[in-house]
Design a binder for this molecule. Structure first.
Ligand code: APR
Ligand code: PHB
Length: 390
């Protein structure tokens, strides 16, 4: 097969780029290791920056998002017996976020790719990029036991943290920066009315908790757990009891509980790989960076990569200029590091760190007190939460 851009990975990054490029007349093939149902079974965060939502609209995938997504103008932080609200709209010059699940984003992207006759190959095994430093790279894979080859001009590695693309960059070229946190998030999805119309992030002495939602009939809740815990160790009843202990009394009293539809534990990690380009290979999304979920920057950071890469490719194919492609890694990383900083900060602010000294505990408390006593601090939080400009 032959195409202009071969995209490895059919998660939100790969699909969004494929769709945007298609609309500009640039040919792509997406190679995805899993089945479509498997990809759509993953439950991830659900808060979209307006920049990401804008990209979805540009990709002609925004209709259901705009119909079913909820505009949120603020959220709550419960801490030390108080519940304070961050007014996102007031402190970000009128902006807001859209609550719409990543699973739905991915579903809309698959449907759009199908509508336009986009080529997405599922169950592509042993995907491997070759000759990335030449002008004629290619990608091989196996499909239904048959060896396949895609000749292309560029390869995009949108294959997530465990993908093959980043591993194709020689060890002496790739620099990695990582921080692993000493806890995970146990998440439960349940078909219940959300306890609060806006998200509640809770800093509690038993550990962090989060009340989020997918819609007015679908809730998503999390509690911080030790890394040694297994999701199967947690019965639904134990989860609800622990969540209630960490929420303000009036919230806990109103919590509607129900059977879990999905229950899983995600470890928390900050990770960045540099550079995001190696010859004809460009990394985008989770293949190059991971954030802890506090602040929901995972998908949104993938979005900023896609924004820069999409514009750089359009620049190359329609104007014959490589300046933007050459600037991609540096531009994408500048914004990625800001999202890293924010996610690390919000994680540090809200979790219980088992090894923290009393001094660090008091600093965390002071960080929260300062936040709610300072317009400047709330403005800074709001500016980052709604999303820095691309
Ligand atoms: N070959 C082909 N496809 C692969 C390979 C491989 N070797 N390895 C992984 N993949 C696929 C995965 O099955 C997955 O569907 O690449 C896709 C990567 O998707 P994501 O992990 O969702 O990453 P990305 O598209 O960058 O989306 C970023 O997803 O993980 C969240 O927090 C993250 O919200 C952020 C968003
Ligand atoms: C979620 O809804 O899954 C979610 C929301 C906000 C976060 C993290 C996760 O900060």
């Amino acid at each position: 097969m032959k195409t202009q851009v071969c995209i490895i990975g059919g998660g939100p990054s790969g699909l969004l780029l494929s769709q945007l490029l298609h609309l500009k007349g640039i040919a792509t093939i997406v190679l995805e290791r899993q089945s479509r149902n498997y990809v759509l079974g993953r439950i991830r965060a659900g808060v979209l920056e307006s920049g990401f939502a804008g990209l979805m609209r540009e990709a002609q995938c925004g209709e259901r998002m705009d119909r079913e997504g909820e505009v949120h103008h603020g959220f709550y932080i419960a801490h030390h017996g108080r519940t304070d609200r961050i007014d996102l709209t007031k402190y970000s010059g009128g902006q807001s976020v859209l609550v719409y699940g990543q699973t739905e984003v991915t579903r809309d992207l698959y449907e759009a790719r199908e509508r336009l006759g986009g080529q997405v190959v599922h169950n592509a095994a042993d995907v491997k990029p070759h000759d990335l430093m030449s002008d004629t790279p290619f990608v091989t894979y196996t499909h239904n036991g048959q060896p396949q080859r895609v000749d292309c001009e560029y390869v995009v590695g949108a294959d997530g943290f465990h993908g093959v693309s980043r591993q194709s960059i020689p060890k002496d070229v790739l620099r990695e920066y990582e921080r692993v946190y000493p806890f995970g998030w146990l998440g439960v999805l349940s078909r219940t009315k959300p306890v609060s119309p806006e998200l509640i992030y809770a800093n509690h002495e038993r550990g962090f908790a989060l009340c989020s939602l997918r819609s007015q009939v679908m809730s998503r809740y999390y509690v911080q757990v030790p890394l040694t815990d297994k999701a199967d160790d947690w019965s639904d009843a134990a989860f609800w009891a622990e969540l209630k202990r960490r929420l303000p009394g009036d919230v806990a009293a109103n919590l509607m509980i129900g059977p879990s539809i999905e229950k899983s534990i995600a470890p928390l990690r900050s990770y960045v790989a540099e550079p995001m380009r190696y010859g004809r290979l460009f990394l985008a999304g989770d293949s190059a960076h991971i954030v802890p979920p506090t602040g929901a920057k995972g998908l949104n950071s993938a979005g900023s990569d896609i924004y820069y890469l999409y514009h750089a490719m359009v620049e190359h194919y329609s104007r014959g200029s490589d300046a933007e492609l050459d600037a991609y890694s540096q531009k994408a990383l500048a914004r990625i590091w800001k999202a890293q900083r924010f996610s690390w900060w919000m994680t540090s602010l809200l979790h219980k760190f088992p090894d923290n000294s009393e001094f660090q505990v008091r600093l965390q408390q002071t960080d929260l007190n300062y936040l709610f006593s300072s317009d400047a601090a709330q403005r800074s939080l709001a500016e980052n939460y709604v999303g820095l400009p691309y």
